[in-house]
Design a protein. Structure first.
Length: 510
């Protein structure tokens, strides 16, 4: 049996480290609206919309764990307009969607990335020809099923469409989830491992905006759209979804009732196929705007939002542990004229990172705070972007171990560029680990490991063999002089002091 444990040391674990931001997009072009994703092994991917001499494309850049950022790749054909690029990752599967002007209409397109070659497919049009389609969202599962939803408009008004692609097939035709509305916006979608999808969006028939939803069964049938929330007169209601490890789906949004804007939530039961009654997951002082939600497979959850009160704007957060209720709100930022667009990610252990923009002195800068589970306070706000120029729309993603990446758009004095920053919070991955399970007295047994760290270099590799002796290096040997059962251990430290330790039993025969 393999045990991954903390290093056997009285010293406190090394704190997470932010790296220095660097430009990811090409020079001399305006690059905006980034989105980021990290797969479970630490491969980081960033996409954005880019304009050069009035010609727009969707571009992407990748960084394998332990390697450098690669050069940008063009995902779409050039057009007079592209917008809303968005990524989805599950296991080794990666998909992207965006909207693009084809000369007559805005259309939704999609591309997928081959998990073996990391080459992107040619873009495929998903939306109905002759109708404007915009703000697509995409979800993928680890076997490669993919679903996309988007807002569309035609002769019968606004509606929501969806398309589905099986792991081994092509994209199916667009399906109408709702039509005949005065307005639709802000769709989102989740997809579980069985192929079941849940979509939400904001819609109005002219008497207030509501969160609407439709679910796709494993058999491939979308349910009739239903209203999930009460009305909101402002039109700022923007639902977000998070897939729970139980198969349920959590929806979170902000809603204005009278003069107060609050965060509300509802849960879609995977077993029963119905939404719970909307409720406020926590109490807040002042207005709560633009929530972002993240949940991991075991049920750790984080919601962040912008709080507006007489002191100004600030970013707040609430944590939920598996099986528990949402905790009391915690401030992450100091009050200012404009903390905007908060975004949050959570890893498999429940550790979280939140990012946002904060405006002071007329300049917006990207800031961040992190929280290590369990029971550790959020860190003080940290400014990631440089001084003297606006930095906007930050996005964050974490891998299962807690390492991650943040990307944003920043003005460099001539144009907007996409910048990225690494977040190192965990020890190295121990690849090709060899610890023998058995041996004999007087026989030399071999221990070896090929460690790799997502963001930095390997520091030390130390072995203990359980009999009071030790070794070091990527490969070492040892001769046991007495029969018995021993616990061998390898401890690998990266250049920032983050540690990974693995223990295994070794049985030595006489």
């Amino acid at each position: 049996m393999l045990f991954v444990v903390a290093a056997a040391s009285a010293a406190a674990p090394a704190p997470p480290r932010w790296l220095s931001p660097r430009a990811l997009s090409s020079a001399g072009a305006d690059a905006v609206i980034p989105d980021v994703a990290v797969d479970p092994k630490g491969n980081a991917i960033v996409v954005w919309a880019q304009s050069k001499q009035s010609s727009w494309t969707v571009e992407s850049v990748e960084r394998p764990p332990g390697g450098p950022w690669e050069g940008p790749r063009v995902l779409s054909k050039a057009a007079s307009q592209v917008a809303s690029p968005q990524l989805a990752v599950a296991g080794t599967r990666v998909a992207a969607v965006w909207d693009r002007f084809d000369g007559k209409n805005l259309i939704v397109q999609a591309a997928s990335r081959d998990p073996a070659t990391r080459v992107w497919s040619s873009p495929v049009a998903l939306s109905t020809s002759g109708r404007d389609a915009q703000t697509p969202r995409v979800a993928v599962n680890s076997r490669g099923d993919t679903v996309a939803v988007w807002a569309s408009v035609g002769f019968q008004g606004w509606g929501i469409q969806a398309a589905f692609k099986t792991a081994t097939g092509a994209w199916g035709p667009p399906e109408q989830l709702e039509s005949g509305q005065v307005g639709t916006s802000a769709p989102d979608v989740t997809l579980d491992e069985t192929g079941r999808a849940v979509a939400v969006w904001a819609a109005t028939a002219g008497t207030g905006w509501r969160v609407h939803s439709s679910a796709r069964s494993v058999a491939g049938t979308w349910s009739k759209a239903v209203a999930v929330s009460g009305p909101d007169a402002t039109g700022a209601i923007t639902p977000q979804l998070a897939l729970e490890g139980t198969g349920d789906v959590l929806a979170v949004w902000s809603r204005a009732v009278g003069t107060v804007v609050s965060v509300e939530s509802s849960t879609f039961s995977g077993a029963q196929g119905v939404w719970s009654a909307p409720a406020k997951p926590f109490s807040v002082q002042g207005d709560a705007l633009a929530p972002s939600v993240a949940v991991n497979r075991r049920g750790d959850g984080v919601i962040v939002w912008t709080s507006s009160n007489s002191s100004g704007l600030a970013v707040m957060a609430s944590i939920r542990r598996p099986g528990q209720v949402w905790g009391a709100p915690t401030p992450l930022s100091k009050a200012a004229g404009g903390p905007l667009t908060p975004h949050v990610a959570v890893d498999s252990h429940g550790d979280a990172v939140a990012v946002w923009t904060r405006s002071t002195g007329g300049v917006s800068r990207v800031q961040a705070s992190s929280r290590l589970a369990p029971g550790v306070a959020w860190t003080a706000q940290r400014t990631l972007s440089g001084a003297g120029a606006d930095a906007l729309t930050p996005q964050v993603a974490l891998d299962d171990g807690g390492d991650g990446v943040v990307a944003w758009a920043r003005y460099d004095g001539r144009s907007f560029v996409i910048q990225g920053d690494g977040y190192d919070a965990s020890g190295p991955a121990l690849g090709k680990l060899t610890i023998p399970v058995s041996g004999s007295v007087g026989q030399r047994v071999t221990f070896s490991v090929t460690p790799k760290d997502v963001w930095t270099t390997i520091g030390t590799i130390r072995w203990t063999f359980g009999d009071g002796t030790a070794g070091s290096g990527r490969a070492t040997g040892h001769v046991y002089t007495r029969a018995g059962r021993y616990t061998a251990r390898v401890t690998v430290t990266d250049a920032f002091g983050h540690v990974t330790t693995v223990r295994r039993a070794v049985v030595i025969a006489a």
